[in-house]
Design a protein around this ligand. Structure first.
Ligand code: PMP
Length: 360
């Protein structure tokens, strides 16, 4: 399509062009129904097929075992910060691993509801790394261990799933779900806001192991109890119908491309191109610890804040938006989720080289 730019936003972020075009073609009249998906009753036959197909595709793509429920929720990743402790605290204890802004937010929220411990933290080193297994101070009596799989702001990503000796792991995969294969069976709960790799804002996907359902605290609001949603196949109330439809189109696109293995290959390639260039440059520096670098969010900086600002401005003028880093980190951040084409990364590297030559 004409006049579309490469959008490096951390989220909401780029969607595959094919997805937008299909949504456009179905906008006014979805498959002969005479109406848009937006106008459809969530209890209609046409919509039932959309939500059922979408769930089945997600199960297939992520190889989700039968003893896990897939839940379509609202409230973003942030509402999960409350739902997780409300649903899982029974003995009243949980371990949190602090690797960034959103892990810390989740921790602070959980502290309202129980005896919450920090099992490890990289805060003292500006969240530049992911703690190693031997540095996790895990309580075998904890109800769960919480981690944030990809730290959107700091550009670090877990490269391993910790061993917790049977204590369920809760993972916030908001910014790396669908970017690579995962072994769902190693987790108790996986959740993700849809607005990065899954579709548009308004939908949060939960993958919840069945034995963790039904233990919510007594006064838990009805919609914050995973069991409410699980018992009604995410139809206790009106689900975010259009956002689920868009997720379905994104999943169809992923399957047509060859699945999450192919996504991973492409993502590895894109990230390696950027990191290799950054490592070879004596102009740019990276902030994240090398072994813990994110495949989705690449953080870097130029020699000073003034040049960072100039970079953001000039790259936007050149057709690449949202490269300014988060205010907590400064510098730049290139978010290169599934939908970012390799051409976008090539264009960015060309720009970086030119900028380096002009400002050295
Ligand atoms: N977790 C992660 C890893 C995120 O990147 C974000 C948003 N950028 C959130 C949670 C918060 O999500 P939301 O804005 O959907 O509440």
């Amino acid at each position: 399509a004409e006049n579309r730019i490469f959008n490096f936003s951390a989220g909401p972020s780029m969607l595959p062009l094919e997805v937008l075009q299909k949504a456009q073609s179905q906008m006014l009249n979805y498959e002969g129904s005479g109406m848009s998906v937006m106008e459809m009753s969530h209890r209609s036959k046409a919509y039932d097929e959309i939500i059922t197909t979408t769930q089945a595709r997600l199960r297939r793509i992520l190889n989700i075992p039968d003893n896990y429920k897939v839940l379509f929720m609202q409230g973003g990743g942030t509402m999960q910060f409350s739902m997780v402790p409300l649903n899982l605290l029974q003995k009243g204890k949980a371990d949190y691993i602090l690797t960034g802004y959103f892990a810390e937010k989740a921790y602070k929220e959980a502290c309202k509801f129980g005896d919450i411990k920090v099992a490890a933290s990289s805060k003292e080193q500006d969240f530049t790394f992911i703690p190693k297994q031997e540095d996790l101070n895990l309580d075998p009596e904890a109800d769960y261990v919480y981690l944030c799989a990809n730290n959107t702001i700091y550009g670090t990503e877990w490269q391993y799933v910790p061993e917790t000796n049977g204590v369920p792991i809760v993972a916030d995969m908001s910014s790396d779900i669908l970017s690579k294969p995962i072994d769902v069976s190693k987790f108790g709960i996986i959740f993700a806001g849809a607005q990065k790799n899954m579709g548009c804002a308004g939908l949060t996907v939960g993958i919840v192991r069945e034995d963790l359902l039904g233990n919510a605290k007594e006064n838990t609001p009805v919609l914050l109890d995973y069991k409410t949603l699980a018992d009604k196949d995410s139809m206790y109330n009106t689900p975010p119908t259009y956002a689920i439809y868009i997720l379905g189109l994104v999943l169809e696109w992923i399957e047509n491309m060859g699945g999450v293995e192919v996504m991973q290959e492409k993502n590895k390639k894109k990230a390696a191109m950027l990191y290799d260039y950054l490592d070879s440059s004596d102009f740019y520096t990276t902030t994240a610890n090398k072994e813990d670098r994110s495949m989705m969010n690449v953080t870097f900086r130029s020699p000073n804040a003034e040049l960072d600002a100039k970079f953001a401005k000039e790259s936007a003028a050149a057709g690449m938006s949202n490269l300014k880093g988060h205010r907590a980190v400064g510098g730049m951040r290139a978010s290169i989720y599934n939908a970012m084409p390799i051409e976008g990364v090539e264009k960015l590297i060309d720009f970086m080289k030119k900028f380096e030559a002009e400002n050295k």
